[in-house]
Design a binder for this molecule. Structure first.
Ligand SMILES: [Zn+2]
Length: 422
């Protein structure tokens, strides 16, 4: 049972958003965690150059790409002097996830008519595994040919923000605060905010367009720490090891056996946090174990750390002569804590949805976003939908009408913030 009409019906209103999106997804911008260059891959610079030239063509002469590949462009308030007006930052990331190839992306545009969607290479996006499809009948979807990911994560967000820029430059009287358009690189490998001087942006609030279907607003993420545990044993030939060898591998196993088994990602969901060993290496003489600590309540990370330190002490007691070093480093913090300091960030996000009769759905992210990093550095940044689905996969698709809604929400935010001071 198929699905699509060959010639989708797209209103002229959506044409430029669609054309922009189709152009951007065809530039390969896959992030590479093994690369030490900034940004990690040259394609991100290439797409960034396209964005700069398009922003300049709109008349935003200050559009630049910095050496790290980050693209910025800004428009001053047309309501208040720039120094007094609030500064609204819109952010999306240029890179795509390394989980699936981003080379030679061949987007397919269809009007969804129900049922499964068969991609050109034979892969299927099934109703069973993608239940949100039943809400998208009659809408314009962009899929891949099944060989690559699409990159709607986050080129949908990039396209939405570029269309907002186009609207504001072609309608100079549309009431606006200071608006900063910010496109980051390497979000997918956790480096999105690394090169940015966040206080230097002088932002009052930021919104990332990097979420799922229609109306989802993410106002909470995990708080996160990372732990590295080093077990230092003593190696010696097994023939003469009695009372002399201290086996770091057995010590690490003893340590792990003391961690509560139900405090793990495989046993938790919803509001519950976890402690997750994810990498181990070494031998008899030394073992290095890496873990991540996650909870929505930042103070619970301390209880997790205490659990690790207690397990380490007990292991040292059980293995005479063994030394254990526990190192815990902060990674990111639940954005909810930072958003409380700027209540307008969420108030206006919800108001923008209501003005368009879109019911906002508040969801917590069991992970982090660029927004958690920006919020942690003092710039409150909720995350908004951008019409992405089945991300990081050849089954990825984007919904044009959801992207258009996100664009309208962005314009409402511009209007709402235009009357605010910083
Ligand atoms: Zn993303």
């Amino acid at each position: 049972m198929l699905i699509s009409t060959p010639e989708p019906m797209i209103s002229t209103y959506h044409t430029s958003l669609l054309q922009r999106f189709l152009q951007y997804v065809q530039v390969e911008t896959t992030a590479n965690a093994d690369s030490s260059t900034v940004p990690s891959t040259p394609g991100q610079l290439e797409l960034g150059r396209i964005l700069v030239s398009q922003l300049q063509a709109m008349g935003i002469e200050n559009a630049i790409q910095d050496p790290a590949g980050v693209v910025r462009a800004s428009l001053p308030s047309n309501q208040f002097p720039a120094a007094e007006a609030a500064t609204l930052v819109f952010n999306a990331h240029i890179d795509t996830a390394p989980d699936a190839s981003g080379r030679n992306v061949q987007p397919q545009v269809l009007t969804y008519q129900g049922g499964d969607i068969e991609l050109p290479n034979g892969l299927r996006i099934t109703e069973q595994k993608t239940p949100e499809l039943n809400k998208l009948i009659g809408q314009t979807l962009v899929t891949t040919n099944g060989e690559t990911l699409l990159g709607g994560d986050d080129k949908a967000g990039v396209s939405i923000i570029m269309e907002i820029a186009r609207h504001l430059t072609t309608n100079p009287d549309f009431p606006r605060p200071n608006v900063l358009f910010l496109f980051t690189c390497d979000e997918e490998i956790g480096r999105g905010v690394a090169s940015i001087d966040v206080p230097g942006l002088n932002g009052t609030v930021a919104y990332t367009f990097d979420g799922g279907g229609r109306g989802i607003v993410n106002q909470a993420t995990f708080s996160a720490n990372a732990a590295t545990i080093e077990f230092k044993g003593v190696n010696i030939h097994p023939a003469i090891a009695k009372d002399r060898m201290i086996n770091a591998i057995r010590a690490a196993a003893h340590f792990l056996s003391q961690l509560p088994a139900d405090w793990s990602p495989e046993c938790t969901e919803g509001d519950d946090g976890f402690l997750h060993p994810y990498d181990i290496s070494g031998g008899v003489a030394a073992v290095r174990l890496k873990l991540i600590l996650r909870d929505f309540q930042t103070e619970k990370l301390l209880a997790q750390e205490t659990c690790l330190r207690n397990a380490a002490s007990r292991t040292e007691e059980a293995f005479s002569g063994l030394k254990i070093n526990v190192d815990v480093q902060p990674q990111y913090r639940n954005m909810e804590d930072g958003l409380r300091r700027e209540p307008r960030a969420m108030q206006f996000a919800l108001r923008a949805h209501e003005l368009l009769n879109i019911t906002p759905k508040l969801e917590k992210i069991r992970g982090g976003t660029d927004g958690s990093q920006l919020t942690a550095h003092g710039l409150p940044t909720p995350n908004l939908s951008s019409g992405q689905h089945n991300i990081h996969s050849p089954l990825e698709f984007a919904c044009l009408e959801e992207m258009a809604d996100a664009y309208e929400i962005g314009l409402q935010l511009v209007r709402l913030w235009s009357q605010e001071s910083r």
